[in-house]
Structure formats: C-alpha cells, structure tokens
Design a protein around this ligand. Sequence first.
Ligand code: UDP
Ligand code: MG
Length: 326
Amino acid sequence: MNKQDKITIIVPCYNEEETIPIFIEEMNKIYKLMHKKYNVQMEYLFVDDGSKDNTLEVMQEAAEKHSHISYISFSRNFGKEAAMFAGLENADGDYVVIIDVDLQDPPELVEEMYVTLKNNKKYDCVASRRVDRKGESAIRSFFAEMFYKIIRKLSKVNIVSGARDFRMMKRQMVDSIVSLREYNRFSKGIFQWVGFETKWIDFENRNRVAGSTKWSFWGLLLYAIDGMIAFSTAPLALSSIMGIVFCIIALIMVLVFFVRAMIWGDPVSGWPSLACIICFIAGIQLFCNGITGLYLSKTYSEVKGRPQYIIKTKHKCLEDSKENND
Ligand code: UDP
Ligand code: MG
C-alpha cells in the first residue's frame, strides 16, 4: 500500500473567536471527503497571533476535541507574515496549505490543489488568485491594483495580481521558504522568489463569514511599502512623500510669484526665483534621503536579528518538535 500523505493546514488567526468553529466545520467536510477518496491524513495547525479575544481558548477547546488539531500561540501580535512563518516552520506534512480562517479562501479548493500536485509531478505549488474584488471598497481595489502594477515594474519578481497567500506547497518548496530567514518578510514575493513551478487557480472573491478584516488602509499601505523595499531597489517610499510635498510647494510658489509679478509688479527682483529653487532642491534632497533612510531602517531591523515571533504556549504534540527561531 502507498504511504499515506499528510497535509498540514496552516491557519493564521488574529481575534477570530467567531470564525474558528465555522472554519473547522467547513474544513472537516473537505477532510472527510479527501480521507475517503485519497486516504490522506490532515493536521490543522492554528497560529494564534497574540489575539486579544478568546481565540486561544477556542483553539485549545478544538484541540482537546479533535486529535487532528494543534495550535501555537504568540506572546503578542506579530502580524500575519510571522504567523505564516511560524506555521511553515512547525508544519511537518508532505503537503502544506496556508489558508485564512475567515473562509474567504474556499476550503473546497484544497482537493483540487492536492489532486493537481499529486498527478502533475511538474508542479510544486498550487496557488490561488482572486479574479475580482467584489465586496471590497473601490479605493482599496484601486490602490491594490496600483501596487501590483508598480511592484511588477520595479522588481524582478513577478508578483501576480490578486494572488492570495492561500496555496498548497510540496515539502521541498516549504523547506526553501523556511530557509529564507529575513526579518522583513513579504511572502507574496518570497513564494515567487524561491522559484519552483506554480499552477494558478482562479476563484471569485468572497466575503468573510464573521468578524471583520484586520487590515486598515494604512496597515495595507505600510505592508505594500515593505514589499517594495524587500523586492526592489527602486522603491516608492512614504517618507519620501515629504520631498514631493516640498516640490509641490515650490511649484505653487512659482505660480504665486508669477501672478504677483504680473499684477503688482515685482519690487525685489531675483529673490522669489531663488526661494523656489532652494525649496525645490531641498524637496529633492529630502526625497532621496527618505529612500536611503527606508533601506537603512530595514537593514537595521535585519542586523538586529530578532526572532520573527515569540511563542507563549503551544499544543502538547508540538512541544517536543523544533523550537522556534533556532
Ligand atoms: N491575521 C493574522 N495576524 C494579523 C492580521 C491578520 O494572523 O495581524 C490573519 C487573520 O486572522 C486571517 C488572515 O490573517 O485569518 C487574513 O486577515 P484578514 O481577513 O483580516 O485580511 P483580509 O482578508 O481582509 O485581507
Ligand atoms: Mg479576510
């Protein structure tokens, strides 16, 4: 008889007490079906990213009830990137899935992913992408599209528009991702950077089943900047906006002085144009400083070599396994 395949399902959670039970119910349906059809074994590895509600208690209860559920809980909120990394480091399945707990990533696709990887030796990963952004605000969609356009232009890594973190990977690819120890992680870029063959499957956007999104507009903007800094040396940087603002002020000054000179005449000739030039050059200088500063700050956080996350508690079955962060 063939060796039984083990699939680890990594589920990052931050304040998700309402969604976890719904997720488990839906995922169990898929597990039962896949176990029957393909004799696979599954493990759900929940990562509590320092939730402030009862997420950890809900996970603990679920782990006591089901032997295929385990969990890791962080000492504070380290962000989804750290939660995914912790999951990947602690997952021991032959196939590893990353999925959101809010059912925006359809669990039924896990079967399609497994079948594709099993039947096509050529593929190492099956990833998902949204073909539309229904239910998302127009402004968020606009900036997201802008981000993908810009990052594709600025970086050599081809980051697919609408790509989700939801994917299934073979062990070899998981090991390569875990071997990248950078502190400022941008997984969408890392998945592409490590290479391997990825098959994309499309699905229509869905709304969360319960709870609310953890991403604010600013949170997403900063994440997008992190991504650009991590994967491009020609970045678009927030602090640099200061420089652009100065340039705009300089242009406004040019207009004001021009109109003033036309209407009232110019009593002191020379100084306004000088002021404009100084202001403009200062703007450019700040812009460039901002870019250098952003890279320096990222280098600083890398050099400190702090761990990605700190575990406060973990499920018994994980206690003997690898310790976090070496
Ligand atoms: N998440 C996390 N840590 C965070 C923020 C989010 O682990 O700091 C998890 C969250 O619980 C969910 C997934 O990441 O399972 C996606 O988050 P969310 O649904 O809020 O993002 P969106 O789908 O709106 O992009
Ligand atoms: Mg979501």
